[in-house]
Design a protein around this ligand. Sequence first.
Ligand code: ZN
Length: 254
Amino acid sequence: MRIVRLALPGEPYGRVQDDTVHLLSGPPWLGGGPTGQLVPLDSGQLLAPVVPSKIVAIGRNYAAHAKELGHDVPSEPLLFLKAPSAIVGPGAPIRVPSVSARVEHEAELALVIGKRCKRVAEAQALEHVFGWTVLNDVTARDLQKKDVQFTRSKSFDTFCPVGPWIETSLDVADVEVSARVDGVVRQRGRTRNMIFPVPMLISYVSCMMTLEPGDVITTGTPEGVGPLVPGNVLETAVEGIGVLRNPIVADDES
Ligand code: ZN
C-alpha cells in the first residue's frame, strides 16, 4: 500500500491505486479510513506524507560514512533530533542558508511509526512500523563541526525533505539507498551495511522516549555525502519506495 498527502483543501492523506488516490479521513496510523472520495493522482502536488511529532535521526550508522567524516564506528547508536518544522515534500526547494558555507546531502531510509511504543523488544519492533519512506538528512556540515550540538546544522527550514510517499510493505533488510545530484550518483549504499539494523534502532530509541504514531526514525546515511549548491537538483532514492526530487536554492530566492 502506498500512502500520499495531497496539496488539496484540508491536505488530505490518500491511498494510491494505479493513477487514482482514495482519500482518507485522516492519517492512517491514527485510524483514518476511506472517505469514498477518489481523485486523480495528478490532481494535487504531493506534500510530505507524514507530519511527525518528532524526527529521531541516527548518526554514523554505516561504517564507511563514519570513516569519511573521520569518526570511529560507534559502540551504540548515536541519536539526535531534527525539528519537524524542517520537513518539506517532494519538489519543494531546499534552501541553503547564508550562514553556512557547506550544506551536504545525506540520503536515508526512514520509517513511520504505526503504533505507540515504549521499551519495545527487537523481536516486536517491526510490528510498530506503519511504513517506509525516503528522507534526506540535509546538514550544514561546517556548522555541525563547529557546534557541540547538531541542532542548528540539522534543523534549518527545508533541511528535511521526505517522500514522495510511504510504502507499507517493504523488506528493508537489504535495499539500496542513493543520492544523485544533477543526475550524477553521489551516494549508493545498501541497508544490510547498517551497523545497527532497524529493529535494534526502534527498540533502542523506544527505551528512551515513547514513539507516537506518525513519528519518524531516519536510519543514517551511507558514504558519499557531498555539497549542495543553488541550482542543483537532488534526487534521493530508496529501492522499493521511489525517488524524492528537490531543487536547491539560495535562502533569499523565492
Ligand atoms: Zn544523517
